[in-house]
Design a protein around this ligand. Structure first.
Ligand SMILES: Cc1cc2nc3c(=O)[nH]c(=O)nc-3n(C[C@H](O)[C@H](O)[C@H](O)COP(=O)(O)O)c2cc1C
Length: 186
């Protein structure tokens, strides 16, 4: 099964969590990674190449760090341009219909912060429901979501690189297991 991992991190050279997760995901033999920051350092998305990559994939994994409770601007631009009329939506736009998708998300905040009493105000699911509007419009099938909280690796903000590396390894194992379970099911 061909698996496309789409990374929305804006600068993997500065990343701890996403870089480590992507490195460990290479253990999956049929997985190809498209890292948007490396492909498009000037944010000039090749729409045809992205649409082709999506259509060829039998399973898509969206890998991103949570920024303001959604994906980074680079991934927003990717959605804006790639999920176009006639491709992802509209009368003839069902090229991604039923395409299975796994969300893989790293968060700096605690799980408890995502709720009415927390400093992030709402459940994470509420933010993700809005963020995944293009995915729903394209009628893709979200088969699972792997989320890890407390991945703050910036010491000046109370972060801990070693802890984030451990959490990243756990996250990658969980994601690999999720991918393998899906492959075994179909
Ligand atoms: C601009 C910006 C906004 C962020 N907003 C959130 C947020 O809303 N919720 C959260 O849990 N973490 C937030 N974070 C923390 C990141 O999710 C965290 O640093 C990232 O997942 C760590 O992954 P990395 O090491 O690959 O960069 C934010 C970070 C940045 C830089």
């Amino acid at each position: 099964m061909s698996i496309l991992l789409l990374s929305g991190h804006p600068d993997l050279k500065q990343s701890v969590a996403n870089a480590e997760i992507i490195r460990l995901l290479q253990a999956e033999p049929t997985l190809t990674c498209r890292c948007l920051d490396e492909l498009y350092p000037s944010y000039g998305i090749d729409v045809d190449a992205e649409q082709q990559a999506l259509m060829s994939a039998e399973l898509v994994v969206l890998q991103f760090p949570l920024y303001w409770s959604t994906y980074p601007a680079l991934m927003k631009l990717w959605f804006d341009q790639v999920f176009s009329y006639g491709f992802a939506f509209g009368p003839a736009g069902s090229k991604l219909k039923d395409k299975p998708l796994i969300l893989s998300i790293t968060c700096g905040a605690t799980a408890a912060s995502y709720g009415p009493d927390g400093f992030n105000f709402f459940e994470l699911d509420k933010y993700l429901a809005a963020a995944m509007h293009p995915v729903h419009a394209a009628q893709m099938a979200i088969v699972d979501t792997v989320v890890t909280f407390e991945m703050n690796s910036t010491p000046a903000e109370g972060g801990d690189v070693e802890r984030v590396m451990q959490l990243s390894q756990q996250h990658a194992q969980q994601l690999l297991q999720t991918i393998r379970q899906y492959k075994n099911k179909i």
